[in-house]
Design a protein around this ligand. Structure first.
Ligand code: F6R
Length: 615
């Protein structure tokens, strides 16, 4: 959570860092801070609140010259969000300055030890403990910053991506990583440091992603030296060429990233199956699946691990894998799976789904599954992310950067990848007839066009949003493939509008939630033609007789539900198995418009962060 950014080189560091912090703000936004160094004085400014507030404070408090700088945008773990707990943090001598993303689990024991040795602390953070631990090691062992970082980190339990500099060493920044991402952009006699590559994309396309338990010293005008934290041994740096471009991380005329990303879905889905789906030849090509086909064919079951929206995509995949490929599937919250002592065998395949590829619980679930001998397949969006690297094989969703904190295009592209996988496996196993298989390919290829059509419901959805924006509660109902979509619709509404919402399988309503229904309760019901239509219509009747307000997502041309529901939103017809790719669109738009009408911060909802790197 937290975003870190740094620069050392020949340019002024300030504009690079402040712009970088804005791009990383999706990672956490309860406080922000910066430290600049011009070789004489360190100028440090930090504040509770967003980067925009930091900018104002900087104008009043510090000068912004200096070709070395570090900055931080925070999602609080230890210590409430306030000015003092914001990063960067000084060491007691005032010589060292640090920024940190992660959690130092044994910080309290280390702190008590340092207090005994005469150190004092201004903040409640684990980070201030770390910077003083490094200082203490430097003093005790008479060593320089780089070596002291290595020694100190060997005493630390937890997760971190850090950047730290020493006033006495104006030409270097030391960085290290365990569990939290850290990229180094390598320019001409200059280096950029960031939690992801977005802060430096316009300056260089060359990046080194540190691996876990690695650290680096970046020196002005010199090569990067990467070392193993454990034993200080040198590692050969692996330089990657970035494919990301600037337009992908900007709003492109939309009011919010979330809206832009909702509207990007036709393109994102197309990019996700491009090169993989070859309808004319009736083939699906996925290298990660192809290379491991034997394992997929022999799998006793598939276990899907994920969190949040990605977990909902996993639930959709459960229907499609079982339906088409006839393999048992279990879908687990990664946070439960990792602590549950699960029964896993070598014949299990674990599929880990994650947009960011950095979610701590999912990463831990992967490590657990690997330790028990399972083959782990990753479905990630962020190229080169920790989960992409930790898994045995995988397939990327090609959604492009998702910046809005609420997942939208990540969800539909995850479903696209998982659908391709299920179809490929079903074909290999012979559990799908060739006509059914072809039919699926043809329909899948039409999905981007149909998503485009579903997006045309926007004005209608906006009108409905205006009617229900003041609701205190909302129910979402769906059956079969669209039960997970109901869960996802409810999550979207909760997280960005702060309206309480619950998703249920429509038939479960009579086992409890029906008691909530009265004339004030809006109920969103997914009632597409091919998905248990008659049964859902009966559920709608039950709601109607209790005076609930019905907003129904229906197949184009439906007249029956129109008579029963208060509002209908039409989407194009498709196969039931592909319908989540369409039914989810109006639900995303509904929560978006309600949140905007309520004046909420759609892209950065309270208490959330895009990349959850703590458990
Ligand atoms: C909801 C949302 C979260 C994420 C969850 C997992 O809109 O964004 O629920 O889906 O934190 O994140 P990833 O997919 O990055 O592992």
């Amino acid at each position: 959570m937290c975003g870190i950014v740094g620069y050392i080189g020949k340019r002024e560091a300030y504009p690079i860092i402040i712009k970088g912090l804005k791009r990383l703000e999706y990672r956490g936004y309860d406080s922000a801070g910066i430290a600049l160094y011009d070789g004489n004085d360190i100028k440090l400014c930090k504040t509770k609140g967003k980067v925009a507030g930091l900018e104002e404070k900087i104008q009043q408090e510090i000068t912004t010259d200096g070709t070395l700088g570090i900055g931080h945008t925070r999602w609080a773990t230890h210590g409430v969000p306030n000015d003092i707990n914001s990063h960067p943090h000084y060491s007691n001598s005032g010589n060292l300055v640090i920024i940190h993303n992660g959690i130092i689990e044994n910080y309290d024991a280390l702190k008590q030890e340092l207090i005994k040795r005469g150190y004092s602390f201004k903040s409640d953070t684990d980070t201030e403990v770390l910077v003083n631990l490094i200082e203490d090691v430097m003093k005790k062992e008479h060593i320089k910053l780089g070596k002291a970082v290595q020694v100190a980190l060997n005493q630390v339990v937890g997760a971190y991506a850090i950047a730290v500099f020493d006033k006495n060493k104006p030409n270097e920044i030391v960085v290290a990583r365990l569990g939290s991402p850290l990229a180094i952009g390598v320019g001409d006699d200059e280096f950029f440091i960031a939690s992801d590559a977005s802060p430096f994309i316009e300056y260089t396309k060359n990046a080194i992603y540190l691996e876990d338990e690695e650290m680096a010293i970046v020196r002005r005008g010199k090569d990067v030296k990467i070392r193993k934290i454990k034993d200080d041994s040198l590692v050969d740096p692996y330089m990657q060429e970035l494919k990301l471009n600037l337009e992908q991380i900007e709003k492109g005329g939309y009011e919010h990233f979330m809206l832009k990303e909702i509207y990007e879905q036709p393109r994102a889905i197309l990019d996700t199956f491009r090169g993989r789906l070859k309808t004319d030849q009736a083939i699906i090509k996925m290298v990660g699946v192809e290379d491991n086909m034997k394992k997929f064919l022999n799998a006793n079951r598939i276990i899907i691990v994920a969190c949040g929206t990605s977990w909902h995509a996993g639930l959709v995949a459960e229907y499609i894998f079982e339906d088409l490929a006839r393999v048992p599937v279990e879908v687990e919250y990664a946070s439960e799976f990792r602590y549950r002592n699960p029964v896993i065998t070598e014949n299990d395949i674990v599929i880990a789904i994650s947009q960011s590829g950095e979610t701590a619980d999912t990463l831990a679930a992967i490590k657990l599954a690997k330790s028990k001998g399972a083959f782990v397949f990753g479905v990630c969006n962020v190229v080169g992310s920790s989960i992409a690297r930790e898994t045995d094989a995988g397939a990327y969703t090609h959604a492009g950067p998702e910046i809005g904190v609420a997942s939208t295009k990540a969800f539909t592209t995850q479903i696209t990848v998982l659908t391709l996988m299920a179809l490929r496996l079903a074909r290999a196993k012979g559990t799908i007839s060739s006509s059914d298989y072809r039919h699926h390919l043809i329909e899948l290829e039409l999905i981007p066009e149909k998503v485009e059509k579903a997006l045309q419901s926007d004005n209608n959805v906006k009108t409905i949003a205006n009617i229900y924006k003041d609701a205190k509660n909302c129910l979402y109902l769906g059956r079969g493939y669209n039960f997970p979509v109901a869960l996802e619709g409810a999550l979207k509404l909760k997280e960005i509008s702060y309206i309480h919402a619950e998703g249920y399988p429509a038939a479960e309503m009579k086992h409890g939630p029906i008691a909530l229904i009265d004339e004030n309760m809006p109920i969103v019901v997914i009632a597409t033609k091919k998905g248990h239509y008659e049964k859902v219509v009966s559920n709608i009747q039950e709601i109607k007789s209790r005076k609930g307000k019905i907003i129904s997502v229906v197949t184009e041309g439906d007249t029956h539900v129109k008579e029963l529901a208060d509002h209908v939103i039409e989407i194009p017809e498709t196969l039931e198995s592909l319908s989540p790719l369409l039914t989810t669109i109006p639900l995303q738009l509904l929560s978006y418009h309600i949140a905007v009408m309520l004046g909420k911060n759609v892209d950065q909802p309270r208490n959330l962060a895009k990349s959850v790197t703590v458990e």
